[in-house]
Design a binder for this molecule. Structure first.
Ligand code: FMN
Ligand SMILES: CCCCCCC(=O)C(=O)O
Length: 388
């Protein structure tokens, strides 16, 4: 990966003078010297982010944390939107034991939140995606592996063989690239294919980069480096719902479309036979000014009428955020940046700690709102703070 140096305001300078930097230079000295930091003492996702920020190189931090656009409005809105909701707790319901197990596309998992696909983990920690997969396995949490992982999908699968994993990809041009990845994912034991549909191109983000870590791609299909916003971008802006039909015809795995923000598209997705709709604005990294995903969720849940599962990600930083999203109708909630911060802070242990913190906060929230089971969580439990 090549990233040009950020300016003093933390954003990359807007010139085309992209400097080639050796991969290892992205692991800061701090990361090399503090591998023994005790992440078990960390009590919140916010704290783990602090530790991560001290360890990440400036370039990697910028890549992982940025949104898109001049104002990164959607990035900010995703977190703020959760803060607009208030709980209406129920009492005297025997919440001494709380059960967070659930099933997602017929697989049993122990937590109602999972890990969103995020690219290029090796800039957070040498152990990269296998460490994240191993942490997810440890808590029996769902992991979604990105096509742009630093390690190959086979390596990631082998690092957590019995856990529930989905594979995220795109409809590439030519489609054979996608087909090849899907067949490899099937063989490696992934349980669903997530197609990201909010990425026809990469919009302006506050840095420039080139990627050299593309371990999932066969050299004969994809070669060379890809850069943001130039004609070597691998994304395909001509994708339509016909491609989803094609995908359904070439795999028996369930298909999830990730990046839906309107009830209209959700209804079309159902008509095209998808098994899951993932409400997402890509963590505020695609269309700046797009609606916060948790705000888009209730109308989509209503429009889907139970015909398929509905998931959400974007801005989840606390177990209570998970609780709010479940109350608003999500079958599953996902986290993108927090596991990256955990990975940077303490490798596999750091990711585990993130999952444990969110689990414990969710459990606490369930007790305080009168929910012993996930099925006790209902839409009556949350209101916008302007509620009368
Ligand atoms: C550094 C980074 C890389 C990402 N890479 C991918 C990717 O490869 N595929 C994808 O579908 N989404 C990708 N996303 C979006 C996430 O899957 C997810 O939608 C988003 O991070 C959720 O928001 P959150 O980070 O606020 O939890 C990426 C997000 C980040 C922050
Ligand atoms: C050519 C690699 C592109 C990785 C894009 C990952 C992503 O979705 C992101 O938001 O960053």
């Amino acid at each position: 990966m090549e990233i040009n140096e950020p300016t003093s305001n933390g954003h990359a300078s807007d010139n085309n003078n992209i400097k080639a930097i050796n991969d290892d230079e992205y692991l800061s000295d701090f990361l090399r010297n503090h591998r023994d930091f005790d992440v078990d003492k960390v009590q919140s996702v916010r704290e783990i982010r602090e530790i991560a920020e001290n360890k990440l190189s400036q370039n990697a931090s910028l890549y992982y944390n940025c949104g898109s656009g001049l104002h990164e409005q959607t990035l900010l809105d995703n977190e703020l939107a959760f803060k607009q909701y208030r709980f209406r707790p129920r009492v005297l319901r025997d919440v001494a034991v709380r059960d967070m197990t659930t099933s997602v596309l017929a697989s049993k998992v122990d937590l109602p939140f999972g890990i969103s696909p995020t690219a290029l983990h090796k800039y957070a920690h040498d152990d990269a995606e296998p460490a994240v997969a191993s942490a997810a396995r440890h808590l029996n949490a769902l992991l979604v592996c990105s096509t742009f992982s630093s390690k190959s999908l086979e390596e990631i699968a082998e690092s957590a063989p019995k856990s529930i994993k989905w594979f995220q990809t795109y409809i590439f041009e030519p489609r054979d690239i996608t087909l090849n990845l899907v067949k490899r994912a099937e063989k490696a034991g992934f349980k669903a294919i997530v197609i990201t549909v909010d990425h026809p191109l990469t919009p302006k983000r506050p840095y420039k980069y080139k990627y050299t870590v593309l371990n999932n791609f066969l050299p004969e299909l994809f070669f060379g480096n890809f850069g943001m916003g130039d004609d070597t971008e691998p994304f395909n802006a001509s994708v339509t719902w016909d491609d989803i039909d094609w995908l359904r015809g070439v795999t028996a795995l369930p298909i999830v479309v990730k990046g839906v923000l309107t009830p209209d598209d959700a209804v079309i997705a159902v008509q095209h036979g998808v098994h899951g709709i993932w409400v997402s604005n890509h963590g505020g990294r695609q269309l700046d000014g797009a609606i916060a995903s948790v705000d888009a969720l209730p109308d989509i849940v209503a429009a889907v009428e139970g015909h398929c599962e509905v998931y959400v990600d974007g801005g989840v930083r606390h177990g209570y955020d998970v609780l709010k999203a479940l109350a608003l109708g999500a079958n599953m909630v996902f986290i993108g940046r927090p596991p990256i911060w955990g990975l940077a802070a303490g490798g596999e242990r750091g990711v585990r700690r993130v999952l444990e913190i969110l689990r414990d906060e969710l459990s606490e929230g369930m007790a305080l709102t009168g929910c012993a089971e996930l099925s006790d969580i209902s839409k009556e439990m949350v209101v916008k703070k302007t509620y009368r």
